[in-house]
Structure formats: structure tokens, C-alpha cells
Design a binder for this molecule. Sequence first.
Ligand SMILES: [Zn+2]
Length: 348
Amino acid sequence: MKSSVILDCPICGQNHEVQLKTRKQVAIIKDEEVTYQEEYYLCTNANEDNEFVSGELLDSNLLRARDEYRKKNNLLTSNQIKAIRKKYNLNQAELSLILGWGEITITRYETKQIQDYSHDKILKTIDSNSLFLLDCYNENKDKLSKKVSNDRCKEIENKIKDMVAEFSLYYLNEQELLAKYMSYDKDNVKCGYKKISIRKLEGIVNYIANKVDNLYKVKLMKILWYCDFLYFKKYNESLTGLVYEHKPMGALPIGYNQITRLKSISSKVEEFEADDGTITEGCHIFTNDKYDVEPLAKNEKNVIDKVLDMVIGMSTKLIVDKMHQEKAYKNTEENEIISYEYAKDISL
Ligand SMILES: [Zn+2]
């Protein structure tokens, strides 16, 4: 940011270079105290009463204060609202009309007014679920067509449909996974006292897929189990929040098929040579570099690295055999959920 600017200074009445400064300031927004960065100008020609703000600075200060209130209350910030709108190549009036709102609603949210909870929820929904926006578009396209040309309407419709084609299967797959985990909350030892987070899980699987060549589904699931149980042993919570069941091939997380279909993961069914030389089919896991994933914390990486040190070079069969020897596996029956209480006994 520029630290000085030349303008007509209202303090000394001259056109000169004034300093642009920032400081922490407190504001009251909707009866709540928020701390934000305030910008102001300083006239160096005067010694006292030498601070002032322009109308433009006043607006941006207010916007910053309101955004702090939004962050504190888990509401989308003005920039996040703008980013969602831009993703669909819509202008402010178009998005307002498609959502069935007053034409200047989005403009107000991006520049001054704080959105209410229900509108916030709708904006978050269209961010992840393009199908919902397509539904809104179909309901409100008559209203939209009174304000924009037919060509533009068609263009908007096609853009939303492109987004549906690219993202809706990922979205539905995530919803399926989340539905399977809806009963596993932070107070439940079966998920290791952690609520599953899709973004976190993607980060973890990506990290593993980047480090392990020839990563197939069975191997990945065993690696995840060891990572989760080792993490629980150290920190008394699981790494991913996954819940594992006792299956013939070892521990398998609930929703394992959905895990291999997450947005930032690519998988391909391929033939490969098994340890005994026979050719079998397997689901090969890669990273999908098109999408950014959540970076991992240092202690998370350390635990994963420790597991990878053990399994790299081991065949899938050896890993499965190793797991079969774990107390967690021996003391549970087929299809039973393997409690994280067994984490203290794992051989790592
Ligand atoms: Zn001045």
C-alpha cells in the first residue's frame, strides 16, 4: 500500500504530500465491540489536530470494521461475497435478481450493509452447490429477462450449467460422505473425538498421495488408519475424524468409496501386478492439482511421515498382515467399529 499521497489537505489548505497511516481502532457494530485497522492521513505541516480522513477512507474503514464483525460472527465478508459472485461471472444486480432479492441487495452487501443470517446461508449454499443456484435461476429467469438481454440470460444459464457439470458430482459425493458421518461428533470415541472435515481430509490424502508411488485404495486406507491411530495415541484425538470398521482386508473407514472421489483426488481403476505375480484390478489414487487443498500443521505431517517411513517399501499384503496382528484388529469382530481406545496398543 502507498504510504503517502498528494491531495488538497483540509488541515493546512495546501495541495501537498500527506502521510497515509494505519492504527488499531475499536468500533461498535450492532452492539458488539470490534477491533479493526483504521486508515487516516497525517498533515506534516501542522503540529496538532493534524489527522484527517477523506470520504473514501471513511467508507473503507467502515467496511473493514463491518468485515471484522462478520468474521467474528461467522458471516461471509464483503470480499467473500464478491468472490462467490465472480465465480459465476455475474454482476451485482444479476445475482440479486437470480436469488429473488431486491436488485441492489448484493451491491449493499459488498459495500456497506451486513447481510442477515438467512441471506448469508443462501450465499454460502450457492458457493458450494451450483445446482441450488440453477434452481434459483430457473425460478427467477422471468424477472431477470426483464432487466437483461436474452443473449445475456443464455450466457448466464450456460455458465451456471458449466459450474454444475464441473462441481455438482463432487458436491453430492461430499454430502454422501457427510451424511454417513452425521452421528459422529466431537464427543464420540468412535471418530476419535473429532468431527470429520472434508477439506482437512483432502489435505491429508493429497499429502500421502504425493509421497507414495503406486498408491492403491487398500494401501491408502491402511495408511489412514495408522495415521489416525498414531495421532490419537499422541494427542488423544484422531487426525481425520474417520470411523473404521473391521473388514477382512483390515480396518476400513466408513465411506471409503466417497473418500477416493473427493474433488482434489483423482482415482483410476487399473490393472496391476499383485505381490504373488497375478494381475488384478485396483483403484489407483493420484492428486488432482487443479484444486488447492488445506495445508497441514507440523504435528500432523510428523505423524503421517512416521507412518509413511514404516509403510514405504512394504507391499499392500505386508501392511494388511501387519494390521491383522494389531490388538485393535484381533479384539474386534467383522463389521465391528474399531474404537480409538485401541490406539494405545498399536505397534508404532
Ligand atoms: Zn496539510
